[in-house]
Ligand binder design. Structure first.
Ligand SMILES: Cc1cc2nc3c(=O)[nH]c(=O)nc-3n(C[C@H](O)[C@H](O)[C@H](O)COP(=O)(O)OP(=O)(O)OC[C@H]3O[C@@H](n4cnc5c(N)ncnc54)[C@H](O)[C@@H]3O)c2cc1C
Length: 371
């Protein structure tokens, strides 16, 4: 899918400088790339830079992190001890030591559940092969899984709006695509279909403005889309025909059942807290982001979730906000926001600069505008 921020917001001056010096032709500052093109034209060339040779370990996964010689409960001079990381490679697991750890593992590996009040619906674990929780490439690779099928779409954020726009293309493309039918379960929002996009974002990010208008129009005009506003998903049951029987509770509390072939659940993500379970991390009780940063975010935008503040209103809160009770352990990127979805790549770039000053690898920035 297309990113909604232009290339200059998704890259850093330092990154662009290094790539130009290496002879890489970069996108224009205002260019809107797809996620795939951003990876191909910026992230992969960065990872291949000569100065990073031997540093990037591909095909490896950090399973758990601890402080060498300490259990979670043991206090004392943890700062003097290295971290111990269990790393799963393609063939075997190994232990590595590190003086500092930056956990920038994002949130996409742990999607939210689709049932009542954040719980899984009954039977949700048993229909996983029919359920997707990431935006599929509907015009491309995912087309055969969706064309002509009965789909349950869950969620009302930007990903759900993008899915509605892509499903509209699929239906218009004719052939099997024209037979696609969608049941859409989303929160009651007093008549509006999708979660409102903050005004600053609509004004400054044309991709979001177009998406908002287009998805709204499709919802009003399309006969292939049936809305279940404010309904709760109670249960899924795989039936012998290979379909899924879905049980919903409509707002007056009336149950209704229908069959679908696939579930597309775009209901957000949460951080995987198991990685640092052995460390001393103080987490926010609401967002599951590290407490110091969560408190700074809350202080800046107030506790009213309806304040209308979105990702463009976010600011970096400086190095102190990134510190944890566990010395030299930092959570950066989307994971640092926990369940709060208002994260942008540009914020992550500032966090990295801040952590580098804490690690003594860079001078503190005096002029925030220079970032
Ligand atoms: C549909 C969609 C569109 C978006 N569009 C934009 C946009 O236009 N602009 C914008 O600024 N933001 C956008 N965002 C938000 C964007 O995803 C984040 O800003 C950005 O990806 C966060 O980067 P990150 O590095 O923190 O996490 P990620 O991009 O999720 O990267 C985390 C990485 O860590 C790896 N990883 C996870 N666990 C482990 C482990 N245990 N061991 C080793 N590696 C691990 C993952 O494989 C992944 O490569 C969008 C999000 C979505 C869902």
């Amino acid at each position: 899918m297309r990113l909604f921020t232009p290339f200059h917001m998704n890259s850093t001056g330092l990154g662009r400088e290094r790539l130009r010096a290496a002879g890489v032709k970069l996108p224009a500052d205002e260019e809107i790339l797809t996620g795939a093109a951003f990876r191909e034209r910026y992230l992969l060339p960065l990872a291949r830079l000569e100065e990073l040779s031997g540093v990037v370990v591909e095909g490896a996964r950090v399973i758990a992190i601890a402080r060498d010689g300490f259990t979670k409960a043991r206090t004392g001079s943890r700062a003097g001890s290295p971290f111990l990381l269990r790393i799963q490679g393609a063939r075997d697991a190994r232990l590595e030591r590190a003086d500092a750890v930056i956990d920038a593992s994002g949130v996409y590996a742990t999607p939210n559940a689709t049932g009542p009040s954040g719980l899984p619906a009954d039977g949700e674990e048993r229909i996983q092969e029919h359920l997707e929780s990431h935006l599929p490439d509907l015009p491309g690779e995912a087309r055969p899984r969706y064309a002509g099928r009965r789909i349950l779409l869950v969620g009302d954020g930007r990903s759900a709006a993008t899915a509605v726009a892509d499903l509209d293309e699929l239906v218009r493309s004719g052939g099997e695509g024209a037979k696609t039918r969608v049941d859409w379960v989303h929160r009651a929002r007093g008549g509006s279909a999708f979660a409102p996009i903050p005004r600053t974002e609509l004004e400054q990010l044309p991709v979001l403005r177009e998406l908002d208008q287009r998805a709204g129009r499709i919802v009003r005009e399309s006969s292939w889309l049936r809305r279940h506003e404010g309904a709760t998903i109670l249960a899924y049951r795989a039936i012998p025909s290979g379909a899924i029987e879905v049980t919903l509770s409509d707002p007056p509390g009336k149950e209704r059942r229908f069959e679908v072939d696939r579930v597309l659940a775009l209901v957000g993500y949460r951080p995987d807290l198991s990685l640092f379970r052995e460390l001393q991390i103080h987490l926010c009780y609401a967002s599951e982001g590290p407490m110091a940063l969560a408190a700074a975010i809350l202080g800046a935008q107030g506790s009213d979730p309806a304040s209308g503040k979105g990702c463009l209103d976010q600011v970096a809160h400086g190095p102190e906000s990134l510190k944890n009770p566990e010395p030299d352990f930092y959570v950066l990127g989307a994971k640092s926001y926990g369940r709060n979805p208002n994260f942008l790549l540009s914020l992550g770039h500032r966090q990295i600069e801040d952590v580098m000053t804490l690690l003594g690898a860079a001078e503190p920035r005096l002029n925030a505008a220079a970032r």
